[in-house]
Design a binder for this molecule. Sequence first.
Ligand SMILES: Nc1ncnc2c1ncn2[C@@H]1O[C@H](COP(=O)(O)OP(=O)(O)OP(=O)(O)O)[C@@H](O)[C@H]1O
Ligand SMILES: [Mg+2]
Length: 233
Amino acid sequence: MTVFSVNDIRKTFSNGEVEEEILKGVHLSLQEGELTALIGASGSGKSTLLTIAAGLQTATSGNILFDGRNLSTLSANKVRDVRATQFGFVFQFAHLVPFLTVEEQLLLMLDVAEVKQSKKERAANVQKLLQLVEMDHRKDAYPSTLSGGEKQRVAIARALIHKPKILFADEPTASLDSKKSKQIITLLHNLTKTLHFSTLIVTHDEEVLPFVDHVIKMQDGVILPTKDDMYTK
Ligand SMILES: Nc1ncnc2c1ncn2[C@@H]1O[C@H](COP(=O)(O)OP(=O)(O)OP(=O)(O)O)[C@@H](O)[C@H]1O
Ligand SMILES: [Mg+2]
């Protein structure tokens, strides 16, 4: 079932006198419980598309449909609410807060999303998610004592603690070795299925493509037609 779509998205940046169209009428849709990978050469527009889809910047034209609403027509405050409560984010670096423990990183996000839960429910929620990413044994650890892969597991748990419907990940494995990359993608894939959200992941890492549901390729601001089974199992 399609739960999120971007339709005919265009984005133009002006660099001084010159206007450059970076996205040239892009369509994509995300399905519930499925992980879609967005690949393409550097500069093809992947991060621009992801940030527009996630409401972090606006498109020049086009629609973003989610939960029965067109995000492109909502006020900045409403988009902020949708983003804080329904979307989760993971980036290349975990960006954990250095002076908070693993558990506190997750509790902070519950405040950002204004999740109404008792202290006990919050603790149980955090515990469950840390178990799912296999980091519950490090809940009292500070980021400086974690490996790159462990930090990224915490970042994934933090991105999911408020039960978002859509997870946006921009190159989440780019700082990891090949074995860890596959583990992280497999984890994201399993979580996407078991927790019934949808994931859009930008990646350069072709090795992880057999572990995703769909692959779409961008080139110079357009999505190329690809056979869906070209990369995936
Ligand atoms: N705010 C901006 N102002 C002007 N140009 C921009 C802006 N953001 C992105 N661009 C340009 O848009 C193009 C696409 O950038 P984008 O970051 O989306 O590429 P990408 O596919 O994510 O590349 P990479 O794989 O290197 O991360 C680039 O040429 C970039 O310089
Ligand atoms: Mg990018």
